[in-house]
Design a protein. Structure first.
Length: 123
């Protein structure tokens, strides 16, 4: 099991991990950057192929949710939503879970998704 990120079974609570806030902020920052700099198809491919890397998976789902939620995103936002939808039934198990969560938070406040992941992964 990966120990590269606080949101895993090896860290029951962010109270036990002083670097939790730093890692969470890094994931959120990278997600925002990836959403601006990468195409949705590239981000979806990363999500689909990072089954053993929870940090990359969370960055990818963050980026896809941001892309899919853009009111002015047009075809790019539609593509991000379509890619999340495609991953839900057909991706690897953890990519499916991430896509299901991401899909639920399209258009919502990102803080709500962050809080959900914190609780899901033991924060």
């Amino acid at each position: 099991m990966s120990t590269s990120y606080a949101w895993n079974a090896n860290c029951a609570s962010d109270d036990n991990d002083p670097a939790h806030d730093v890692r969470a902020a890094a994931i959120r920052g990278l997600g925002t950057t990836w959403a601006r700099q990468r195409k949705a198809a590239e981000v979806a491919e990363i999500l689909e192929t990072c089954e053993t890397d929870s940090a990359r998976r969370l960055v990818a789902v963050e980026a896809l949710v941001i892309q899919a939620s853009r009111a002015d995103g047009g075809e790019d936002a539609k593509q991000a939503r379509t890619l999340l939808e495609r991953l839900v039934p057909s991706g690897p198990p953890l990519a499916r879970l991430a896509a299901q969560v991401g899909r639920a938070f399209i258009g919502a406040k990102l803080e709500d998704m962050h809080a959900f992941f914190d609780r899901l992964y033991g924060g």
